[in-house]
Design a protein around this ligand. Structure first.
Ligand SMILES: NC(=O)C1=CN([C@@H]2O[C@H](COP(=O)(O)OP(=O)(O)OC[C@H]3O[C@@H](n4cnc5c(N)ncnc54)[C@H](OP(=O)(O)O)[C@@H]3O)[C@@H](O)[C@H]2O)C=CC1
Ligand SMILES: O=C(O)CCC(=O)C(=O)O
Length: 472
């Protein structure tokens, strides 16, 4: 069941698609094809417990759109996983990839478990068996469907997935590209762990850089001094908060499901994370005020609210009480469509999930390219570039009679590392997509960035389907 009752993320996504399509000329039959999920795979398998009993585990993989292959999207471990949730998340992946121009169709997977209730051995068994179920039905492969981490999973699970896939497919030369978000030792890419949070930071930075948009919100441009509340201090929430803080913003609230911290003087994110890891929560943290009912923190005063946990967090119930001027959707689906209408009427800018958390899939794309080419980025040209720039600096020194300091030489003549190239590609993707989406918003005289994002994505998907034609 989705968090909080009968809410359907998939239905919510379809509603936005219908509204965005009213700005475009798409054949109704094609629109129906775009909206529906192409393949929904639900399965069960047994887990044998130490006492000899069995637990039956429910798994899903949904491929929303095959207009581009492979399809791509993370795997979630959570008790909220059900068909509606996975379908909604898979659909969001399709529109996300189209908006940021990453050549994939959308997919998502899920296992309906609370991962904290299982030990590492059990999690490994569940992950490997889940992968085997995908292999049996050809729902995984570097050219077919490429999973990645999502809520409740990380690089450890991705390593088990690639190992299982390789065991069943020893002849597949590009087998490493069957999943992304792998550890570096398994040919993952430097920067994927931080990528979603880094993308969230870049997206917010771009949004607050537009003077006329900030004037509308009565905010000054730039991140310096902006007050921020973050919900969820997991992978995405932690890195988003860390990069925003490093850029000069002040994190004044962090909400976790078992309590939050409120501190108007600013929270030291690394210190709080270290405390959380040790104590499984914030209770007893010596700085700031502990907020028992952490959901209330979403309605506290701040400039920017960053929900980075789960969907359905800002609803028509709490939207009227939101005091933030910008809501930056780091999670997938945290604001319901009913809530968004209320927020837009309150002149709140919502930076939509399909754009803001696209840093993860963007860097996953780079990892997949690395796996297909079987060489890390920068390996071939790094030394060549260094020598070229050193030669250039020497020539300048000769001509001018001046000399560069060692520090300057190091900065200019340093060849790009894999991380440099990943961050450069990520920044380019996020910056270009934001201003394109915001440009469409203004051109169509829309309040909602989300509708603008869906217009851009839908147009690209429709063109792709139309050019493909219908088989047979
Ligand atoms: N990982 C990625 O690369 C990407 C993730 N996303 C999206 O970002 C969101 C977060 O994912 P990710 O960071 O990977 O997941 P994680 O599992 O790493 O972190 C989620 C965090 O949110 C906390 N949390 C759960 N429920 C609540 C709640 N009701 N209130 C406050 N905090 C809560 C969790 O606590 P606890 O651990 O104690 O349960 C955990 O600390 C999801 O919507 C996901 O789909 C989007 C793009 C890519
Ligand atoms: O990295 C990926 O391929 C997908 C990440 C993801 O699941 C998401 O963007 O929601």
């Amino acid at each position: 069941m989705a968090p909080q009752g009968e809410y359907s993320l998939f239905e919510d996504v379809c509603k936005v698609v219908d509204y965005a399509a009213s700005y475009l000329d798409i054949h109704p039959g094609l629109l129906e094809q775009i909206k529906l999920c192409n393949s929904v795979y639900k399965f069960h398998f047994p887990l044998k417990n130490a006492d000899g009993s069995y637990t039956v585990i429910e798994g899903y993989r949904v491929q929303h759109s095959h207009h581009k292959l492979p399809v791509k999207g993370g795997i979630r471990y959570s008790t909220y996983v059900d068909e509606e949730e996975v379908k909604g998340l898979a659909a969001l992946m399709t529109y996300k990839c189209a908006l940021v121009n990453i050549p994939y169709g959308g997919a998502k997977g899920g296992v309906s478990i609370d991962p904290t209730k299982y030990n590492v051995d059990q999690l490994e068994k569940i992950t490997r068996r889940y992968t085997a179920e995908l292999i049996k039905k050809k729902f995984i492969g570097p050219a077919i469907d490429v999973p990645a981490p999502d809520y409740g999973t990380g690089s450890r699970e991705m390593a088990w997935i690639v190992d299982t896939f390789e065991a069943f497919n020893p002849e597949v030369i590009n087998a490493k590209g069957c999943v992304t978000g792998k550890p570096l030792s398994q040919h993952g890419i430097d920067g994927r762990t931080e990528a979603t949070g880094m993308g969230v930071y870049i997206g917010i930075r771009e949004a607050v850089s537009v003077q006329e948009d900030m004037d509308q919100l009565d905010l000054s441009p730039g991140l310096e001094g902006k007050t921020i509340i973050v919900q969820g201090l997991g992978n995405v929430g932690y890195y988003s908060a860390k990069y925003l803080q490093e850029a000069g913003a002040k994190i004044i609230g962090i909400a976790e499901w078992n309590g939050g911290i409120w501190d108007e003087n600013g929270i030291d994110i690394d210190a709080l994370k270290t405390y959380q890891n040790k104590n499984k929560g914030f209770k007893g943290y010596e700085r700031g005020e502990f907020v028992e009912k952490s959901a209330e923190l979403l309605t506290y005063p701040c400039d920017i609210l960053v929900p980075a946990a789960l969907e359905n967090q800002i609803t028509s119930e709490n939207a009227p009480r939101i005091q933030a001027k910008i809501i930056a959707e780091a999670a997938n689906g945290p604001v319901t469509q009913d809530a968004e209408k209320i927020l837009l009427n309150k002149n709140i800018l919502v930076i939509p999930d399909m754009y803001l958390n696209a840093g993860g899939v963007t860097v996953s794309y780079f990892e997949w390219l690395k796996n297909l080419s079987r060489v890390s980025f920068g390996k071939l040209e790094k030394r060549y570039d260094m020598k070229k720039y050193e030669g250039l600096l020497e020539s300048i020194e000769k001509i001018t009679g001046d000399s560069f300091s060692d520090e300057q030489k190091q900065l200019i003549a340093r060849g790009a590392s894999e991380r440099d190239l990943v961050n450069s590609g990520l920044e380019e993707t996020m910056v270009t997509a934001y201003h394109h989406m915001n440009g469409v918003r203004k051109e169509k005289n829309l309040k909602s960035l989300r509708i603008a994002g869906f217009i851009v994505a839908l147009e690209r998907i429709a063109i792709s389907y139309t050019d493909l034609g219908i088989f047979p």
